[in-house]
Design a protein around this ligand. Structure first.
Ligand code: HEM
Ligand code: HEM
Length: 201
């Protein structure tokens, strides 16, 4: 096994944009004064998640949903193998991570949409409650996701957080992806800026 490129630039940039946007949105959610910052931060999370859906179809091999989204059965089988201390190694996402990723992207879009509708004063009080509930649920899934990353890192003796920074993990050379996809990363930035500006109007 060698260190190979598995996460392209759009995946990594998008990931850390979502993390930053989510943290900032949490910090500013219940302040009237910081409303515009909140809306920009939340819209960033939403825009990146939308782009990630497209990238899950046309992106690098390890980014494609068909490559890593498996049913709950396989996710539980992987968790069981972790408990038995002999988890199989995946160069890309393991089946449990795949499940968390689908949930996180879905919740990012749903909590963003409920926030936007509240912001546009469509819906009223109950949508505000829905927004609060969905963002709380997302925080819980983020907690499980981060716990999974820590456990996975320990089980495989590989720093997965650093891998999400550099894009490189241990794997067989033929499992590597072709390149960083710079143009798609620039498109992600342009799309996110435009979408956040539009959503915050
Ligand atoms: C708002 C918070 C977060 C969201 C929405 C989020 C979302 C995601 C998504 C969608 C992926 C899949 C990457 C892709 O294929 O595009 C992912 C993977 C990953 N995330 Fe997060 N994440 C969050 C917080 C964090 C934090 C705080 C950390 C680190 C401490 C982290 C570490 C990772 C790692 C290491 C992976 C790769 C997992 C693997 O090796 O399969 N995430 N995350
Ligand atoms: C996923 C990202 C987001 C997170 C984590 C988040 C989180 C929160 C939180 C925790 C609150 C406070 C709820 C309360 O205590 O009343 C809040 C309120 C609010 N959010 Fe978000 N939000 C996100 C996205 C958005 C987006 C995209 C928009 C609009 C475009 C938005 C608009 C609002 C508005 C208008 C309120 C105030 C509701 C009220 O009048 O109390 N949020 N958000």
């Amino acid at each position: 096994m060698k260190r190979i490129l598995v996460w392209d630039l759009p995946v990594r940039l998008g990931h850390w944009l979502m993390v930053g946007g989510f943290a900032l949105a949490w910090a500013t959610g219940d302040s009237e004064k910081w409303r515009l910052v909140h809306v920009f931060a939340g819209s960033t999370v939403m825009a990146v998640a939308a782009y990630r859906l497209l990238w899950g179809i046309v992106g690098s091999r390890t980014a494609r949903f068909a490559e890593f989204v498996r049913g709950p059965g396989q996710a539980f089988a992987y968790l069981k193998s972790l408990l038995l201390a002999r988890p199989p190694h995946y160069a890309g996402h393991n089946p449990a991570a795949g499940l968390a990723i689908v949930l996180l992207l879905g919740l990012a879009l749903a909590s963003g949409a409920s926030g936007w509708l509240t912001y546009q004063e469509i819906g009223g009080e109950w949508l505000e409650e829905v927004h609060e509930f969905l963002t709380g649920l997302m925080l819980a899934v983020v907690g499980v996701h981060v716990l999974g990353v820590v456990v996975g890192s320990l089980a495989h003796r590989e720093n997965l957080v650093w891998a999400m920074v550099t894009g490189r993990k241990l794997g067989r050379p033929e499992e590597a992806i072709a390149g960083q996809r710079f143009v798609a990363a620039l498109m992600l930035l342009a799309w996110t800026a435009a979408a956040a500006w539009w959503l915050a109007r």
